[in-house]
Design a protein around this ligand. Structure first.
Ligand code: BGC
Length: 586
């Protein structure tokens, strides 16, 4: 009852200000206020992983190579994915770790070349089928709901060699065959499917390791990915839904673009355009009118005309395709780690090595115009110069998506997490108070999205279960609730302190009034809103004593806005992708 009136108080007194699709979070006291309460019954609490990042067994059991196996075996690279966290052999431990953390769901991905070594259904690898059957059965036997991603970036290398990958229209049918096989084989037990993980990342940022100097190929890749998604959803809808009764969605990533001045229409428009290029590129065809956002069609055309290109490289959907795309999802998975401040500008932006404007100015959205991207004052560095502390981005993005696209289906926060650079913390510090702060504040924002904004949010997945292979960075970027010992052949796993806090949040289904947990208080929230809390995630951080971290909130020091200027090239997955793109260029 007290919680109920508390919520009403928050809404009425502290205010729920909006400017159309934008929440006025900067001016809401509630942004920095701890909220008590629980998530809806049946809420899914889990972790998320990806096959390449944890499985290993890269050529075991007749698996075919993926493009990431190819990349990691290039001269000069370390093939960390060969063994990774060895989940191919240790899947039972992975499941047990979920049990120990009190979780009721696990989002993992299937490696396409483990099932179809050459990418096509002409050769089905029974060892691969057995592996995923065993994993799924182990989960179900422990009461853990699988959410299975069909594609988390590990394209079969054979499809790259033969067709060039996603740039080729044939991929749509090949993906349909793969998805159909997965639905038919595992769909009696798997009720949640995500077709793709973060198309923006593997298309815009990575381009599947293709050399694509004028970006045209990426528009084409995205086109086929969207068509493949729609095809897989319709396949399920037509042939499996009535017997299996599951749901099929897609996982889209985006930072939240917060207008610098909410009351300035030009800033609002710039922030909307930023979101349309980042998020709407993939979302508008699927949850909107079936087509690319209008602003994207216009800006790509105009920006190419300026370069004397008379034909826009953005492909067009036919009217039939638009109808087929629109509504082709049962839920939206959103991966969101951070936010950016967006203002309108007439000046051309140049890519800055501090990572603040990486999405708009470093070649990933080359036709987006009139946008200045930065991080807010007082935002803190969180393990990578891509990720800055801004937990309110959760409310910002969920509200934006719902309002902008009139979206009424369920949301899942399919990845939320914080990493640190391990090589600077050797031996590893398991007392990861920064990750406790991260999950406390981000999960509390998820609660606010439900309670204060009325968002239909059904699940929260921590990125990630255990330290893994962070793509091109190898194991140096650690995001796990469990530490993985990469120097040990059996890849021992040890819980970090954050695992205990995440377990409490999951078991309590949020932050109930009577939780009686020291971390579920306004005092801790304030501590977790300070730069000091995240300092250990900086590569230049030096432990003051023998690894001691606070167990009590420290007396509140003045909030400092100083940041370290890490090179974009050294940290973070998206920073890594910059490196990869550079490597692929001649
Ligand atoms: C990806 C993960 C990655 C994580 C942290 C997400 O973009 O889906 O595979 O490890 O970010 O960089």
């Amino acid at each position: 009852m007290v919680a109920f009136y508390g919520t009403i108080f928050m809404l009425v007194v502290l205010g729920h200000k909006t400017e159309g699709q934008f929440l006025d979070l900067k001016n809401m006291t509630v942004r920095d206020t701890f909220l008590s309460g629980t998530l809806p019954d049946g809420f899914l609490w889990g972790t998320a992983t990806a096959a390449f990042q944890i499985e290993g067994g890269w050529d075991s059991g007749e698996k075919g190579p993926s493009i990431w196996d190819w990349f990691s075996h290039l001269p000069g690279n370390v093939p960390w994915g060969d063994v990774a966290a060895d989940s191919y052999h240790k899947y039972k431990e992975d499941v047990q770790m979920h049990v120990d953390t009190g979780l009721n769901s696990y989002r993992f991905s299937i490696s396409w070349p483990r099932l179809f070594p050459d990418g096509t259904n002409t050769t089905i690898n029974q060892y691969g089928v057995d592996y995923y059957n065993n994993l799924i059965n182990e989960l179900k036997n422990n009461g853990i709901e699988p959410l299975v991603t069909l594609y988390h970036w590990d394209l079969p290398q054979k499809l790259k060699d033969r067709y060039g990958g996603w740039v080729n229209d044939t991929m749509v049918e090949l993906f349909e065959n793969y998805a159909r096989f997965c639905f038919a084989t595992f769909g009696d037990r798997v009720k949640y499917w995500a077709t793709f993980n973060e198309p923006w990342s593997f298309v815009a940022a990575l381009g599947d390791f293709n050399h694509d100097p004028d970006y045209s190929m990426r528009y084409k890749m995205a086109h086929n990915v969207i068509r493949a998604h729609a095809r897989a959803w319709h396949t399920y809808d037509d042939d499996f839904r009535s017997s299996q009764n599951g749901s099929v969605g897609i996982v889209i990533s985006s930072m939240w673009g917060e207008p610098a001045d909410l009351h300035n229409p030009a800033d609002r428009q710039a922030a909307t355009n930023y979101m349309e290029f980042f998020f709407g590129w993939f979302a508008n065809p699927i949850i909107g009118n079936g087509d690319y956002p209008d602003v994207m069609k216009r800006m790509v055309r105009e920006s190419r005309l300026k370069q004397n290109q008379t034909v826009s490289p953005l492909p067009e959907f036919t009217e039939e395709e638009k109808l087929y795309n629109s509504g082709s999802t049962d839920f939206l998975g959103i991966n969101t780690y951070t936010a950016r401040i967006i203002s309108a500008t007439n000046e051309t932006q140049t890519c800055h090595p501090d990572g603040h404007n990486f999405a708009s100015a470093c070649g990933f959205m080359p036709d987006l115009m009139g946008v200045k991207e930065s991080v807010g004052p007082g935002w803190f560095y969180m393990g990578s110069n891509i990720f800055w502390f801004a937990p309110w981005n959760i409310r910002g993005i969920l509200h934006f998506v719902r309002e902008r696209y009139n979206y009424t289906k369920p949301f899942y926060l399919s990845e939320v997490g914080i990493g640190e650079t391990y090589k600077y913390h050797s031996p590893p510090n398991l007392n990861d108070t920064w990750r406790m702060c991260f999950y406390m504040t981000y999960a509390n924002e998820a609660l606010k999205a439900v309670k204060l904004d009325g968002v239909d949010l059904r699940g929260f997945y921590a990125w990630t279960l255990l330290d893994n292979v962070e793509w091109g960075s190898g194991p140096d970027q650690a995001f796990g609730l469990y530490h993985t010992n990469f120097t040990h052949p059996s890849r021992q796993r040890t819980p970090k302190r954050s695992q205990g806090l995440y377990r409490t949040i999951a078991q309590e289904n949020g932050f109930p009034e009577n939780a009686n947990h020291v971390w579920m208080t306004q005092e801790w929230l304030e501590w977790c809103h300070m730069e000091e809390a995240y300092a250990p995630t900086r590569p230049d951080y030096v432990e003051p004593t023998s690894g001691a971290r606070p167990t009590q909130p420290a007396p509140k020091p003045p909030v400092s806005t100083a940041r370290t200027g890490q090179s974009l090239m050294t940290t973070g997955i998206l920073g890594v992708l910059v490196v990869l793109v550079a490597i692929c260029s001649p």
